[in-house]
Design a protein around this ligand. Structure first.
Ligand code: G6P
Ligand code: MG
Length: 217
């Protein structure tokens, strides 16, 4: 039976996915090229340095490690400017009611985010105390699609992978959940999240009952 729900942060709880895109796009533009929204799908769930590598490859640029570190730091500064203005009002629609259903159902929860900024974001939106376990970019060595972030969450909650449902907006995140042996719910477009076990537009369009009915069957 399902015992735990593991949530991605960016694009699931808050719409920071758009801030990442804005900051990366600004960086690409300064380097003399652009990145499309479609390309941006490939960056979701991917670590900061790996994202930069994908972007530089897209722009056909090769840079020194030192320069790359400078650029990643610059991107993060722009990103933090956007994040620092966040408040609890930025929690995505449907998250609060979904979490009260989660609590009523007695399920355990973990955050599974590759972002090193996840603790700051949780703080800004007043969700610092909501999750039973928080696994973020500071606690892992491999980003999604590696399952590490979710495997560590399940271990901290003391549940088995097949007792977990992963909620993800990223292609790499769905792959991470699957590789970890977990059930997956894609939040976004079924055309993008083709590998997810089930897909809904967002948590606003989903009930805990629907999720449990699907995976406890
Ligand atoms: C999440 C986002 C990615 C981001 C990564 C690292 O997985 O979906 O877009 O690159 O976190 O975030 P950070 O805040 O550490 O740069
Ligand atoms: Mg995400």
């Amino acid at each position: 039976a399902i015992k735990a729900f593991l949530f991605d942060l960016d694009g699931v709880i808050v719409d920071t996915a758009i801030y990442h895109y804005q900051a990366w796009r600004r960086l690409a533009n300064e380097l003399g090229f652009d990145i499309s929204e479609e390309f941006n799908e490939r960056l979701k769930g991917v670590s900061r340095m790996e994202s930069l590598d994908l972007i530089l490859a897209e722009g056909g640029q090769t840079l020194s490690d030192e320069r790359k570190l400078e650029l990643a730091t610059q991107k993060n500064e722009w990103y933090l400017e956007l994040v620092s203005r966040m408040t609890p009002d930025d929690i995505l629609p449907g998250v609060a009611p979904f979490f009260s259903q989660v609590r009523k159902a007695g399920l355990h929860t973990a955050l599974g985010s590759v972002s090193k900024n996840a603790p700051l974001i949780l703080e800004r939106i007043g969700m610092g105390e909501v999750f039973d376990a928080v696994i973020d970019g500071n606690k892992i060595s491999k980003g999604k699609p590696d399952p590490e972030v979710f495997t560590k969450g399940a271990a901290e909650l003391d549940v088995q992978p097949d007792e977990c449902v992963v909620f993800e907006d990223a292609v790499a995140g769905i792959e991470a959940g699957k590789r970890g042996g977990m059930h997956t719910v894609g939040l976004g477009s079924p055309d993008v999240l083709t590998q997810a076990d089930m897909v809904a537009p967002s948590l606003e369009h989903l009930t805990v009952e629907q999720v449990l009915a699907r995976f406890n069957a």
